[in-house]
Ligand binder design. Sequence first.
Ligand SMILES: *[C@@H]1O[C@H](CO)[C@@H](O)[C@H](O)[C@H]1NC(C)=O
Length: 307
Amino acid sequence: MPSKVTFQSQGIKLAGNLYLPENTQPKKHATIVIGHPGGGVKEQTAGLYAEKLCNLGFITLAFDAAYQGESEGLPRYLEDPAQRVEDFKSAVSYLTTLKEVDPERIGVLGICAAGGYATCAAQTDVRIKAVAGISSADTGELWREGMNGSLSFEDLQKGLQECARQRTREARGEQPYLSNWVPKTAADAEALPPRSLYREAYDYYRTPRAQHPNSTNAYVFRSMDKLVQFSAFNFVHLIAPRPILLIAGTDADTKYLSEKAIQKAKEPKELFLVSGASHVDLYDVLKYVDPVTQKLGQYFSQYLVDY
Ligand SMILES: *[C@@H]1O[C@H](CO)[C@@H](O)[C@H](O)[C@H]1NC(C)=O
């Protein structure tokens, strides 16, 4: 069972689950900070990987992003990429205060949106000694261009116009307008292509497969104007000589985002493809999660070593 912890991130109190390996010897441990996908909470796929990596001997911390889950911050359900990046740095700061943690051996792991945020944090926080992402997404590119460039310039402009109206309404006292991360109904989901991220995300987040009361399928619509000017991988070359590992399914519609990021990164870098897996398969389908965990275990053992 993890212990519940809290820490500050730019004045916002965040909630995390801290997993300590059993028989903690009186030595300091390699530690991995784990961030959840957009719309997720720490108890879902982030918690699953936290538990599995803890079983391999790492201290792990799965945390809720600011404005979401059990973390504080208003307005609720804002997706602020700059804050999301800061949350990773703040988690590292918190971990350096724990006696069990070796501050020289801290790595980060992000899933989906957090794959982008974790990578972005590591670009300039050199306390992060190794970066990994699973089904990584650059939320900036997705909101700016749509999946595979499917969003037209006109529709982008319409979205930004709507953000502007929402900001003005909030200034006049209205509540933030909430949009949804994944389709609202099974019928809406089934209208999407098989194996696609948003179709399978409905199954993951909105059915007993992984639904959680604090993962509400809501985000503040005007987060869009923050997301559109964010770029997760713009300075990915700054991570070297520290390593980056991105893991993606061969059937994932987001695979191209990991490919582009790895292309731009400097060595040591690796794109690890999981044959036959979709984006969401890597969240919880054990026949994929197990080899992914094994790969992550090898990777973090190799790079989170005493220098
Ligand atoms: C959901 O979050 C609230 C605080 O925002 C917390 O009290 C509650 O325990 C959480 N629910 C679960 C099931 O984790």
